[in-house]
Design a protein around this ligand. Sequence first.
Ligand code: ADP
Length: 458
Amino acid sequence: MKIRTKISLLFIFLSVIILFAFASLIYLSAKRDREVQFFARLKKEAVTKANLFFDANVNAQTLQRIYKNNRQTISEVEVAIYDSSFHLIYHDASELDFVKETKEMMHTVFQRGEVQMQKNNWDIIGIKYRYKGKQYLVTAAAYDQFGFIKLQTLFESSVAFFVLSAIMIYIIAYFFALHILDPIRAMTDKAKQISGSNLDLRLVSGPDKDELTELADTFNQMLNRLENSFDAQKSFVSNISHELRTPLAAIVAELELSTSKERSLTEYKSAVENALNDAKKMVRLSNSLLDFAKASYDPTEISFRSIRIDELMLDACLLIQKSHPDYKIDIHFEEDFEDDEQISVNANEYLLKTAFVNIMENGCKFSADKQVLVSIFFEKSGILISFQDHGIGISEKDLEKLFTPFYRGENKMHSEGNGIGLSLTKRIVELHGGSITVKSVKSQGSTFTISLPYHHES
Ligand code: ADP
């Protein structure tokens, strides 16, 4: 069932209940009012006729004539008087005798002073009347024609008003729901148009700060994130193809050139060496990309264990020295550590070592002295590791984009690379719950600082 129909039905259900309760209350109170007023009138008539009969000595024939005359035009009250031995003393119209008084009724009236009852819509009252020390039963009965007509009219108009209101409320509720849900329909139509090829489309959010605007804004924010990651993905792929195409094209050109005619052994050797260099570049790139993919996994899919930072750092240094024996790395512990826990982090050994290697290699390759100073601090929140070099430094403009995949600074001519290293490092550090910052002054050097949380045995 559509929300529009649900809202309309709920609306009408509630309104009908309220209307019904309200109309019933009015009808019942009008019914009660009629009874109270009519019984009061009956009582007055009973007393007046008894007074006329006993006090004013108006004879029975006169009273009966008045009754008969009035009866033709208005619903006249029929009165009867009995003495305490239940002998009928007076009756307005004994031939009609609607009330059918009984001895029990007389006893009840004498006991309570008054009795009210109804028979076939006739209202009947019996009262105790005292005259010259004797007790009499006076009954009065009449059909409240005027009151019942009024009640019937009230009932009919209430039913008509009830049905009309219900129809009107349903129509209003339907259009109200339509109006309220209009933005949702617009959002649905818009959302249907959004696909991978037009992620720039956005939902229209209204000027009011209501829940629907909030929903549209949240949805738009999600689209922003999706669009950014789509764009990043696209440029990532095009960067990869570019980075792979360059060395591949170089290899092809090199080999084509050497096979185009007879060459000397030295020329062949140099062509193979050049092709090998380009192939190595491609291997480095594909390794970095593989690491990048690993670092982008869900953390729950990567194995972590407690690892001592000092041991990991030494392993990283050995690895660098194996491929670049001319690089110099000094490691300093700024404070003594108290126990294993203070120097341990929860890490994936391979990935974290890759991150350290990247930063240390960068420090060496972008400095004339090919030297990096690694300092390890033990802070309250975790381990701080700073990598300081006295190299060529990084410009302020580059600092902002340094961690973007494939970004290479304006100093890239100084050394070979593919721009993956720092973005990979940042991803690895964040995967370990840490953060990375950089400070650099051009021509003076750079300092990269990584902070990692301690490993706590759980
Ligand atoms: P790559 O080193 O392969 O170019 P990275 O992602 O490791 O890629 O680094 C990105 C860029 O950051 C480098 O091209 C360089 O411009 C700059 N950079 C990184 N580390 C240093 C450093 N220690 N000194 C100067 N520039 C650096």
